[in-house]
Design a binder for this molecule. Structure first.
Ligand code: AMP
Length: 284
């Protein structure tokens, strides 16, 4: 496995891999857990070579967010990825990704405007910009993203379609179902911010979401089910709820009532120092 920090050696490594088979890219911010490793295993099943990027992208963090506190553990991450048979870890420095004079921004309207886009202004511009750069740097045949970040996946697919990307093509951007801890909490690098008590309380998030989904699917008015969900989170130790919405699964428009199209329940809520997000399917 090669650990690469600069663009020239990356290009040479990518050229050599490409001559030998297809490339799958798994973009990450590091502090890897089993969710990330599941993406890597799926990537191995899709292509001869897997490239994992590890880059804590300053552009996607707001001024008062956790950029400095975000866990960084490159050595441990590389050991995990080597054991998975990854070919290249692409870990650029911030100055390599954004050299002096960098002035371009990719902004995807519509799908990036509500939910996390409203709660974290500029976040999805930062995501779209860095992912477009990663695509151009690695030129993967396929790229894999977690459904854990459902809105992010929708934003990246929209960008790839709108910009007529070919490596990867929008259809080769694959979503992988959320990997969860035994108690149902979605795995996240940010779970490391939780104390033992907060971690135990955080299970209220998937539990309350499943309860709300059962209510909505059973015919309870959407507004009532979502209010009960928020109350359950606050009673269960969460400090605040950024949003809890039933949305169209594809375009993420907020649904005031059930629809006959695929739906998704998306929630962001704060507990301790962590802001946790989760989403689940809702049957029509
Ligand atoms: P991150 O390092 O948090 O930016 O995540 C890198 C990739 O891993 C993104 O595509 C995430 O959606 C995905 N991911 C993060 N957590 C999980 C999880 N629990 N299950 C599946 N994929 C995940």
């Amino acid at each position: 496995m090669q650990l690469i920090h600069a663009l020239d050696p990356l290009r040479s490594a990518i050229d050599a891999l490409r001559a030998d088979g297809a490339i799958a890219l798994v973009p990450t911010m590091g502090a890897l857990h089993d969710g990330h490793l599941t993406l890597v295993r799926e990537a191995k099943a899709k292509a001869a070579h897997v490239v994992v990027s590890i880059f804590v992208n300053p552009l996607q963090f707001g001024a008062n967010e956790d950029l400095d506190a975000y866990p960084r553990q490159l050595e441990r991450d590389c050991a995990l990825l080597e054991a998975e048979g990854v070919a290249v870890v692409w870990a650029p420095k911030v100055e390599t990704m954004y050299p002096a004079g960098f002035a371009t921004n990719i902004s995807v309207s519509g799908v990036s405007e509500g939910l996390d886009g409203a709660a974290r202004p500029g976040h999805f511009d930062g995501v779209a910009t860095v992912v477009c750069k990663l695509f151009n740097q690695v030129l993967p045949d396929v790229a894999l993203f977690g459904e854990k970040d459902w809105q992010q996946l929708a934003v990246i697919r929209r960008m790839a379609r709108d910009l007529d990307l070919t490596r990867p093509h929008a259809d080769a951007i694959l979503g992988v179902p959320t990997v969860r801890e035994a108690d149902g909490l979605a795995m996240s690098s940010r779970n490391a911010y939780l104390t033992r008590e907060q971690r135990a309380a955080a299970v209220a998030l998937p539990t309350a979401m499943r309860a709300a989904i059962a209510e909505i699917e059973g015919g309870v008015p959407v507004g009532d089910a979502l209010s009960a969900l928020a109350r359950a989170l606050l009673a269960g130790g969460f400090l605040s709820v950024d949003y809890a919405e039933l949305c169209d699964a594809a375009d993420l428009s907020v649904l005031p009532a059930r629809s006959d199209k695929p739906m998704r329940l998306l929630v962001a809520a704060r507990i301790g120092k962590a802001r946790l997000i989760d989403n689940m399917a809702v049957a029509p």
